[in-house]
Every structure is written in C-alpha cells, then in structure tokens.
Design a protein around this ligand. Structure first.
Ligand code: ZN
Length: 157
C-alpha cells in the first residue's frame, strides 16, 4: 500500500468509526434483530434489518461497540446493502469476504464494493478478518431468519 492509499484508508475508516452511518435500532413489523460478538477482540454488534414485503432490505441500522475496523465495516455495510434485494445483499457479503480474506480479489468485485475495498488490508491479519466480517455475519443471519411473512426479533449470538 502506498502512502496516499494508506492515508485514504485511515481517514475513511476513522470517519466511519467516529461517525457511524445508520447507527441506531429498528423495531416492529418486518424487523429482524441479530446480535453478534467477536470475543477475540471484544467487538459487539447489533444489526437491525427491516425487510420490505418483497424481502429486500428496506432499512438497516446497527449499534454496538468495538474496534474501528468492526464499526467502520458495519457502517459501510449498512450504506451498501440498504435498498438491495436479499440476493444482492448476500452477494455483497460473499464479495466482501473474498476481499478481506484475500481469497477472491477480482477488479470487478472491488468496483462493486467501492469504499469497502479499503478494508482489504485486514487479509494480512487473521484476527482482524473477524472484526471486518462481524457485521456481515450478523446480516447473513438476519437474512436467513427472514422467512416469508413471519417476523421475529431474536437476539442470537
Ligand atoms: Zn475488532
């Protein structure tokens, strides 16, 4: 990573972790709440997804506390998947996993992920991959809990 990129990386991550987007909670009809934690770092996250009638992500918020990587990743995730279909949101998670683990880094994937690509540096730090993936794993769980018209709020680790 050159210096310019490193600076960009740091400023974007810090900005998201200090001023998280879509921070808060969602309750009510169509909402699913998933709690996730990452004991190795102490990160905790609560992801709230409001699914629309067609199953797409109508709204998404998160709350929690933890390291800058976990918070920034969650903040960027909410921006990225809001308004997307479940299939799209699931695909984003898979692309993101490919980038942060270094297992699947295609230029077109990086384009699709936008600023989330800035987290690719964590691939060199296995512990940090867990931080970056925490919110995404919670999202995955929320999507899998969303079953037809049944709505539940099940905090689940
Ligand atoms: Zn962490």
């Amino acid at each position: 990573m050159n210096d310019e990129l490193r600076e960009l990386y740091q400023s974007v991550i810090l900005d998201h972790s200090r001023k998280p987007r879509n921070f808060g909670e969602l309750h009510g009809e169509g909402c699913v709440h998933v709690h996730g934690d990452n004991p190795s770092c102490g990160d905790e996250i609560d992801v709230f997804v409001k699914f629309a009638g067609d199953g797409s992500v109508e709204d998404i918020k998160f709350s929690g506390q933890g390291c800058a990587i976990s918070q920034a990743s969650a903040s960027m995730m909410t921006k990225k998947v809001k308004g997307r279909s479940r299939a799209d949101a699931t695909k984003m998670g898979a692309l993101f996993r490919g980038i942060v683990t270094g297992e699947n880094r295609q230029p077109e994937n990086e384009e699709e992920l936008g600023e989330l690509t800035l987290l690719e540096g964590v691939q060199h730090f296995p512990q940090r991959v867990k931080c970056a993936m925490l919110a995404w794993r919670a999202l995955e769980q929320a999507i899998s809990q969303k079953d037809g018209t049944v709505t539940t709020e099940e905090p689940n680790a």
